[in-house]
Design a binder for this molecule. Structure first.
Ligand code: ZN
Length: 102
């Protein structure tokens, strides 16, 4: 992984930790800032979803939540890609931020 990607991930993790008040988005228990934590994707980073919505949406901080580094906490964050209405709403919310930032 490139140095700038690692820096970006570190910054997102820190921001998410503050935003979530140090609470895991999966199990709702406290996280230790010094332990290794996961940035879990809400809309999962599957190839067909990346092809459909683009990297900008899938790897956007709004599509991520901070969790403990285990599959159970990570998977609890995930949105089912088959719930089209909920998915479209989520994607639109992320896309709407591009209008103001570009
Ligand atoms: Zn957890």
């Amino acid at each position: 992984m490139r140095q700038q990607d690692l820096a970006r991930i570190g910054m997102i993790k820190e921001a998410k930790y503050e935003e979530q008040g140090g609470v895991c988005a999966g199990c709702k228990k406290d996280m230790d800032k010094d332990e290794f934590l996961h940035l879990a994707h809400i809309l999962p980073q599957r190839k067909w979803l990346i092809n459909k919505y683009g990297e900008e949406i899938i790897h956007h901080p709004m599509n991520m939540k901070l969790t403990h580094a285990n599959d159970l906490c990570n998977q609890r964050v995930q949105m089912s890609p088959n719930k089209t209405g909920i998915v479209e709403k989520h994607v639109k919310e992320i896309a709407s931020t591009f209008i103001f930032s570009h």
